[in-house]
Design a protein around this ligand. Structure first.
Ligand SMILES: [Zn+2]
Length: 140
C-alpha cells in the first residue's frame, strides 16, 4: 500500500518528465524545420539568382550574335566603339565574320575577298606636284 500511496506523485513526476522531454523534442524539431526552411529559401534564392544570370548571359549572347551591316563592313552590335570591322560581303554571302586587315593608312581590306573600306582617315598619297599617282581614283 505504501507503494501505491506514492504512485500519484511518481506518475505526476513521470508526466512532467515526459512532458519536458516532449517539449525538448518539440523545440529540437522546430529548430530542424527552421533549418530546412532556411536551406530551402537559400536554394530558392540561389536558383532565382542563377536564372537571372542565365537570362543576362542569354541576352548578351543574343546581342553578340547580332551583326550590323554598314556598306562594305559590318560590326558586332556589342562593339559600340567599332574597333573590329568585318567584311560585309563575306557576311552576306557566307554568314562568316571575316576580319578586315588594318592597312594602317585608313584602308581596311578583307583577308578573304579583298573587299576594302576607307574608315574616313585615308589620304591619297601625292607626289611633289600635288598629283595622286593613281589619278583621280577614289576609294569607296
Ligand atoms: Zn570579304
Amino acid at each position: 500500500m505504501d507503494d501505491l500511496r506514492e504512485e500519484p506523485t511518481k506518475v505526476a513526476k513521470d508526466i512532467i518528465d515526459q512532458g519536458s522531454k516532449g517539449l525538448k523534442f518539440a523545440n529540437e524539431a522546430e529548430n530542424r524545420i527552421v533549418n530546412i526552411l532556411n536551406a530551402y529559401r537559400e536554394c530558392e534564392q540561389l536558383s532565382l539568382q542563377q536564372k537571372q544570370e542565365i537570362d543576362a548571359l542569354k541576352a548578351k549572347i543574343g546581342a553578340k550574335a547580332e551583326i550590323i551591316v554598314e556598306g562594305e563592313v559590318c560590326w558586332k552590335a556589342l562593339d559600340r566603339e567599332k574597333k573590329a570591322p568585318y567584311c560585309s560581303r563575306c557576311w552576306i554571302k557566307n554568314k562568316e565574320l571575316m576580319p578586315m586587315r588594318d592597312d594602317r593608312n585608313g584602308i581596311h581590306t578583307c583577308i578573304e575577298c579583298n573587299n576594302s573600306w576607307d574608315d574616313g582617315t585615308y589620304r591619297e598619297p601625292k607626289d611633289q606636284t600635288g598629283r595622286s599617282p593613281w589619278g583621280d581614283r577614289k576609294w569607296k
